[in-house]
Design a protein around this ligand. Sequence first.
Ligand code: FES
Length: 99
Amino acid sequence: MIRLVPNHADQILRATKVRFTFDGVPVTAHAGETVAVALLREGQVHLRDASEDGAARGAFCLMGLCQECAVRVDGKIVESCRQPVTEGLAVQSLRRAAE
Ligand code: FES
């Protein structure tokens, strides 16, 4: 492959890494990311089940409008696309099997 533009990816400065859990599974993220973005990067797209038919739901708008990305943090239901990750954060999905 011929690279036409120099690769500067190794020069990108990322925020410090933090660890949180999703349904008890450790996840590594960068401080300042939202829970939704960190989970998407990990391939976790199934965040909750629809109340009507149980269909899998996950982040859609990523800007706090659709509420498809709802998860439970510290006992409260929050939009994961608006919830910043912090060290030790315990996030639970709203999947029926997880409850
Ligand atoms: S993805 Fe739409 S509110 Fe979070």
